[in-house]
Write a protein that binds this ligand. Structure first.
Ligand SMILES: [Zn+2]
Length: 152
């Protein structure tokens, strides 16, 4: 093994970077370059995207469809009451711009807001989806301990 800089025979050569060139040099010539560590290919394990469990809200969104023309319905009902978008927004806790977007159906309001709008405007916005009732209630099976406690 010969040093690529001085040409001397060396027992060990080190990879260094000299003027941008990778060279194998002896211990003596090592100081002329930047030490180069041999890159080990790091196996970066693919990060598995954590699947965010659906929240209750998402379930509801999936489950409860809005009736077609819901934006128009909201607008008409609001206008029938002589309310401005600002007034309606204040009542349901949404920005005026949000109300505008909702009425244009550019924005799907959260279920809570839809429920408020339904009550406030006395209109139906949700489509009844049958056979799709999502219940998040986890019933804990009774354990023997529970039974004993009940007897006390
Ligand atoms: Zn050398």
């Amino acid at each position: 093994m010969r040093c690529e800089v001085c040409g001397r025979e060396a027992r060990k050569l080190y990879p260094v970077l000299i003027e941008g060139v990778e060279m194998m040099v002896c211990d003596e010539c090592k100081k002329f370059g930047k030490p180069l560590t041999i890159k080990k290919k790091r196996v970066i394990s693919k990060q598995i995207k954590k699947i965010v469990p659906y929240s209750k809200d998402v379930f509801q969104n999936m489950d409860r469809d809005l009736l077609p023309g819901w934006g128009e319905k909201i607008r008409k009902a609001r206008e029938a009451r002589g309310w401005s978008r600002e007034q309606l927004g204040a009542k349901v806790g949404e920005k005026t711009t949000t109300i505008a977007k909702i009425e244009n159906e550019e924005l799907r309001p959260p279920d809570k807001t839809v429920e408020k709008l339904e009550k406030l405007l006395e209109i139906q916005l949700f489509e009844k989806v049958e056979g799709h009732v999502v219940q998040n209630i986890k019933k804990k099976p009774l354990t023997l301990g529970d039974l004993i406690k009940k007897d006390e």
